[in-house]
Design a protein around this ligand. Structure first.
Ligand code: ADP
Length: 503
């Protein structure tokens, strides 16, 4: 039960909080203060207390980082190393992350609020294996040979795109770091990473490990600070060749505008979502309840692919409602250091307030609060897992990405209706289907406009499986070999052969 006690969000359950060792910008292989000398506070969402003062970068710092990355790209060895050598260094980087996982997972937990066990057993193993996956891909980058008309022959070269800006959100600080840094490194790019201001600790720590692993100075720079300063300076920089951004749709639009107004840099955007989970009458109902609970409440609901619109077919709707209400009461909210806890605090006060205001809005719009709906604990940013029934497709809680533990539960009758209502959104990141009927699974998967469809599972990610958006959820794919392509450019080389009119 999410009781008062479970929700208290206090004890550290015997864990020694680590000393925060890395708080400065990492530029050209060294930790340095911001040019302005300014710092900002990173906050522990369990308590609202300050964890550390972090260097607050600005345009001048981005200029320095871009200059270092430019030198490392234009004249340095990283892009010129055989892919195999880059891969070996990346393997070492992965090994070092693995060796420091205890400390990193605790830092991630106090900075973001996610349960320590999830960080240690889900996020970090994915981070480490992702670096190894792209390390293995680094020496398998090749173009095509072309047999052209007029006795010409050609080939394509795939070259690293150049200096890349990687702008990262706060919900999966390390996983998003790996999703972007690993393919960019494998491709031979140099980079400026901008972690979210809410969660800078693990990226800085990893910058130190990257250096230890042998990644040359200037290849991986980390500039901490705010979006309107550091993020804006990266996306409008004339010497940045590409920006890969994950975050809200509103900010994605700003990043794209800045890219368009500056040097027309290439942009990829992984943005918001309001993903549907469709549960059909023939579904195994207990499995469906568990999937729905995970799809909405996992990671405090702070997941772009959260299945926050749950559509249940009318034949099992009433039973589903009873079971999901019970099951959400067994979802434990509390201190993320407690191994029994499923859900920690929301990342910060702003997010906490935003979620509560959506819950208020849902009540005012006429949706019925089935469970939850309130903050919990005496301090920190904890919110009960919340379920609304009687939700209409046009209500704000069914349309907006809330990015919190709030489920909108809706009833449907036919397959056609399910498809039509699932697609009734400006987003298109993910969808889930729960059915034993292969025909329904196939038909619905092909009809939903979203970048990833999970059938009888949810959050089933794999390094080799691309994901990204349709519609206003963005474009470009993370994960898999598609992501490597984002950091490469194709160059064609053409030459006449014997007998050609060109000779
Ligand atoms: P949220 O509103 O949930 O914090 P954002 O999409 O604004 O999500 O943040 C995602 C990332 O984008 C963060 O690293 C943030 O600092 C950065 N960011 C915010 N504003 C801008 C901007 N104008 N330009 C570039 N990056 C930005």
């Amino acid at each position: 039960m999410a009781s008062e006690e479970d929700c208290s969000g206090t004890a550290e359950n015997g864990f020694m909080l680590p000393e925060v060792k890395f708080t400065k910008l990492f530029i050209n292989g060294s930790f340095v203060d911001a040019v302005s000398g300014k710092t900002f506070e990173t906050i522990d969402p369990r308590t609202g207390d300050v964890i550390a003062e972090i260097a607050s970068g600005d345009k001048e710092d981005v200029d320095l980082a871009v200059a270092a990355a430019r030198d490392a790209f234009d004249d340095g060895k990283w892009p010129r190393l055989p892919g195999y050598q880059r891969g070996r260094i990346m393997m070492k980087f992965a090994d070092l992350i693995e060796q420091h996982v205890e400390e990193l997972a605790v830092l991630e937990c106090i900075d973001s609020g996610k349960p320590l066990l999830v960080s240690k057993l889900v996020d970090f193993p994915s981070v480490i294996s992702m670096f190894r996956y792209y390390a293995g891909a680094a020496d398998k980058i090749h173009g095509e040979t072309l047999k052209l008309a007029q006795e010409l022959q050609g080939y394509t070269l795939k070259e690293p795109i150049g200096v890349v800006g990687l702008i990262i959100p706060w919900n999966y600080p390390m996983l998003m770091f790996a999703l972007k840094v690993a393919p960019a490194l494998a491709a031979g790019c140099t980079m400026i990473v901008k972690p979210a201001e809410q969660t800078p600790l693990t990226a800085l720590y990893c910058a130190h490990l990257a250096k230890q692993a042998g990644i040359p100075d200037g290849v991986l720079n980390v500039v901490t600070g705010f979006g309107r300063t550091v993020g804006a300076a990266i996306s409008s920089h004339m010497d940045v060749d590409k920006v890969s951004f994950t975050g809200s749709t509103e900010t994605g639009r700003v990043v794209m505008e800045a890219a368009a107004r500056s040097n027309l840099k290439s942009v990829s955007l992984e943005l918001g979502g309001k993903s549907p989970l469709l549960i059909f009458d023939d579904a195994d109902i207990d499995m469906a309840v568990e999937l729905a609970r995970q799809a909405v409440f996992f990671n405090q609901g702070e997941i772009c692919v959260a299945g926050s619109r749950v559509f249940v077919q009318e034949g099992i709707y009433d039973e589903f409602v009873k079971k999901i209400a019970l099951s959400s009461k067994e979802w434990i909210v509390g201190d993320p250091f407690d191994p029994r806890v499923n859900q920690g605090p929301q990342v910060d006060k702003r997010q906490f307030d935003k979620i509560l205001s959506y819950i208020d809005h849902g009540k005012r719009e006429g949706a019925t609060l089935l469970t939850g709906g309130k903050p919990c604990g005496e301090k920190g940013y904890y919110i009960e897992p919340t379920i609304f029934t009687d939700v209409k497709d046009d209500m704000l809680i069914a349309k907006d990405e809330i990015f919190g533990p709030v489920m909108s539960l809706m009833k449907f009758s036919t397959v056609e209706e399910a498809i039509q209502r699932a697609n009734y959104t400006k987003y298109g990141l993910a969808a889930g289907i729960v059915t034993k009927d292969l025909n329904i699974a196939n038909r619905v998967s092909r009809s939903i406009r979203a970048g990833i469809i999970w059938v009888n599972c949810y959050f089933a990610f794999d390094n080799d499986c691309p994901f990204g958006g349709y519609k206003m959820s963005g474009f470009g794919r993370d994960s898999g070999l598609h992501a490597l392509e984002k950091y490469l450019k194709v160059k064609s080389v053409v030459t006449p052969i014997y007998g050609s009119p060109w000779l």
